[in-house]
Write a protein that binds this ligand. Structure first.
Ligand code: PMP
Length: 776
């Protein structure tokens, strides 16, 4: 926004040549013969020269700075060059020989003013096909989108364009909206005046502070009905008049398009048309959230200009009342509509409001219960969180408060990692299909994964969730072994499908242990239990006795639901051998322990020194985008193939694969595994220190950044679930998010994104220390 004066052309009287004079000028300056017919023009004069080759003659306002005309011609040429398919109207070169080839003035001739006191610049254009000034409501949906895309392509073509004359003050350009204030007196109707004044106040409070942060460049500023020709289907056939080109916000062009397409429509249809126009625009150039957020206010500013400028000009020059009334009525109607909805609702309808903005936690919680019903797991924390943004290890709530996320393992490379989010967006824009078609990213993800799993685990099948991966693994195990019995840990969780809930004792409440499943007890150092191998043996024996052949043994390598247990590799190897002796395939569920969480390898089974038959992946694989996988040996896949034809619609889709590939790249580039090891070691050292001086802390168990802190009644090994829950609540109150786990709910679950570092560990432990000290 500049302090420069308003462009004089807006206040200077237009030229006044007759049609006969115009015909003579066309003939004399450009050698074009034909009958001249006057066309509408605001500050210049324009004539159709109806001859053998129909052209349009433009006679500029005498006060027009020729440098502006040069800019206009250069901008049009720039767009025509970069977007050759756009039907841009280009000025002819003046048929004179003394211009050098790239002289920007080569397209304008000079004629004296009628009074002889100055010059007019004269240009001639081919007349393009189509109609100008169509009413927005006459445009069909395809035409609306086409108009939006056209505007985006014009903006994109002008991205690198610059001309000194682009810095100017045109009142239609919303950046100068507040200059309308002193002109408000020209608006006769007090109600309309109040409407405009309110819209300008809103503009000042919402747009003015944000304006300097908007994407800016030279833009057309006026891609509305008078400057765009369309054919009978509403498709754009001509883009005219770069005469208002200005350095302004990029978003000004789609605002002008929306202003055009909503004209003459009912409220609902106007917003619908606006959204379609924005779809067209965003097909080429996505808007930024900040641009969408103020779109309504920018539209409001255009309406204010539509009301105030003609009123002020009318007062000065006695303009045709019809033109004034038309602009004014459209502007008033839209401002009235906006006032009746309120700006927030306008933003929502234009797609510019962040979801949940302005809603209270209790309002959303009530809606949640109503919409999702009672089966969905409860909200975490007595005071539920309404999170609106994440970045690295941080989560931000609707009030802008930030929380250290030491709970969520899904965003393994950090919330909102740009490599991942941009990969998703780019791929979603380009193509999203399925694995019935060739797509290289899926191959690359599979090849990268099998490069880390060991030579025999060479076959990848993509699905969409950890549950699905385990479901498929279990199905394969049964198909391959012919058995139907399963071994799982005491309090494991492996997923939601009917088959996998059977393998998830954590979720057996209310349904009991399934007949074909037996559990074994993981080691419990605190309570001196170290007979896990015997426990597994006994479970397998019981299964056989009940008539079930053992088909699979499934293990989360960091035993998250069992309380986060750092299984001794020697025991793990023994367990796998025993299970294999019983005919079982070993399924390594890496949904929790995989992707570097252990800090020493991509997969937790590596640390245990075992070779699983099937590996299942989930959660962190897409850093939050749903994607999961099963990795197995070729012989197992072969045997499974004999029983089925496997296809998952979304499994391995290009967008999911773009996310998965980005995650793998970031894990390498940011040395995520090393970071997890270092941060994990530091965190554990600090927690052990806390353990040593806090009788409530029974045991600290850690595998990299999978950390469990068991809370007991002081001086005993008795689990203290209620204190554990209180600690989690108090940590949330103090800005650190952790959870609980284990059969008795008395283990603090610390399982942050793997970009968690020493300073985060310090914050977590200091906060925990304070919370523990504050307990009664
Ligand atoms: N396996 C383990 C070890 C898990 O922790 C989970 C989810 N918590 C799953 C499988 C299921 O994954 P999803 O929720 O993606 O289906």
């Amino acid at each position: 926004m500049t302090d420069a004066p308003v462009d004089e052309v807006l206040t200077a009287a237009p030229p006044a040549f007759t049609e006969d004079e115009a015909a003579a000028i066309a003939e004399r300056t450009f050698g074009v013969a034909g009958t001249a017919i006057a066309l509408d023009s605001e500050r210049d004069q324009a004539f159709l020269i109806d001859g053998e080759r129909p052209t349009v003659l433009k006679i500029s306002n005498a006060s027009e700075d020729p440098a502006r005309l040069d800019m206009e011609a250069l901008a049009a040429q720039c767009v025509a060059r970069l977007e050759p398919e756009l039907p841009v109207a280009l000025p002819w070169r003046v048929p004179r020989t003394n211009y050098v080839a790239d002289d920007p003035a080569a397209y304008r001739a000079e004629i004296p003013t009628a009074s002889g006191g100055g010059t007019h610049h004269v240009r001639i254009y081919d007349r393009l096909p189509g109609r100008a000034s169509v009413l927005g409501s006459s445009l069909g949906d395809a035409a609306i989108r086409d108009w939006g895309s056209m505007a985006a392509r014009v903006g994109r073509a002008l991205r690198g364009f610059w001309h000194p004359s682009a810095r100017r003050v045109l009142l239609w350009d919303p950046q100068h909206a507040l200059r309308l204030r002193p002109m408000l007196g020209a608006v006769a109707d007090p109600e309309v005046r109040a409407l405009v004044a309110a819209a300008l106040d809103r503009f000042e409070s919402v747009v003015t502070p944000r304006w300097p942060g908007l994407r800016a460049q030279v833009v057309h500023t006026d891609l509305c009905a008078s400057n765009v020709l369309v054919d009978d289907d509403g498709q754009v056939t001509g883009i005219l008049d770069f005469g208002d080109a200005s350095h302004s916000a990029l978003v000004v062009d789609p605002v002008a398009v929306v202003e055009t397409v909503v004209a003459g429509r009912s409220a609902d249809d106007a917003f619908r048309a606006a959204r379609l126009a924005l779809d067209g625009y965003e097909q080429v150039t996505p808007l930024e959230p900040g641009e969408r957020a103020i779109f309504g206010e920018l539209l409001g500013a255009r309406m204010c200009a539509a009301i105030v400028v003609p009123a002020a000009r009318g007062a000065l020059y006695d303009e045709p009342a019809a033109l004034q009334a038309e602009l004014r009525d459209e502007g008033v109607a839209l401002l009235q509509l906006f006032a009746s909805f309120g700006w927030d609702e306008v933003a929502r309808r234009l797609g510019g409001r962040e979801p949940g903005a302005g809603r209270t936690v209790s309002e959303l919680a009530t809606r949640r219960e109503r919409a999702f019903g009672p089966a969905l797991t409860g909200l975490t924390y007595r005071e539920p969180l309404h999170l609106v943004r994440g970045e690295g290890v941080w989560l931000f709530d609707a009030e802008g408060r930030r929380y250290l996320d030491a709970y969520n393992n899904v965003p393994v490379v950090g919330h909102g990692h740009p490599r991942v989010t941009e990969a998703i967006v780019r791929q979603a824009r380009r193509l999203n299909t399925n694995l019935r078609y060739l797509h290289e990213t899926a191959l690359e993800v599979a090849e990268r994964l099998t490069a880390t799993t060991g030579p025999d685990l060479d076959t990848v099948m993509f699905v969409n969730s950890g549950s699905e991966a385990n479901d498929l693994a279990w199905r394969m195990a049964r198909a391959v072994t012919g058995g139907d019995g399963a071994l799982t840990t005491d309090f494991a969780y492996h997923g939601i499908s009917d088959a996998i809930v059977d393998l998830s004792p954590e979720d057996w409440t209310g349904r009991g242990r399934p007949e074909h499943v037996r559990t074994w007890r993981p080691p419990d150092r605190l309570r001196g239990f170290d007979r896990s191998v015997e426990s597994l043996d006994a479970a397998a024996w019981e299964l056989r006795r009940a008539g079930h052949r053992v088909s699979a043994s499934i293990l989360d390598g960091v035993l998250t639901s069992d309380g986060i247990i750092d299984l001794d590799p020697a025991i793990a190897v023994d367990l796998v051998e025993r299970a294999r002796d019983d005919g079982a395939l070993w399924i390594a569920d890496e949904v929790q322990g995989g992707y570097g969480r252990t800090g020493d390898a991509m997969w937790s089974y590596r640390r245990l020194g075992i070779e699983p038959d099937i590996v299942t992946l989930g959660k962190p694989m897409g850093n939050g985008h749903p994607v999961a996988a099963v990795i197995t040996r070729r012989d197992i896949a072969q045997s499974f193939a004999g029983t089925t034809d496997f296809f998952s619609t979304f499994g391995g889709n290009p967008v999911a694969m773009a996310a998965a590939l980005a995650v793998l790249e970031v894990i390498d580039d940011e040395r995520i595994i090393d970071g997890a090891r270092e941060a994990g070691a530091y965190l554990v050292q600090r927690l052990r220190d806390l353990e040593a001086r806090t009788p409530r802390v029974g045991e600290v168990r850690a595998i990299g950044l999978a950390v469990g802190v068991e809370v007991v009644r002081p001086g005993t090994t008795e689990p203290d679930a209620s204190t554990t829950a209180e600690i989690v609540e108090a940590m949330r109150r103090d800005g650190v998010l952790i959870g609980t786990t284990g059969r008795h709910g008395n283990t603090l679950k610390v399982r942050p994104p793997l970009v968690f570092r020493r300073r985060d560990a310090d914050l977590l432990v200091d906060t925990l220390d304070n919370v523990l000290a504050g307990l009664p």
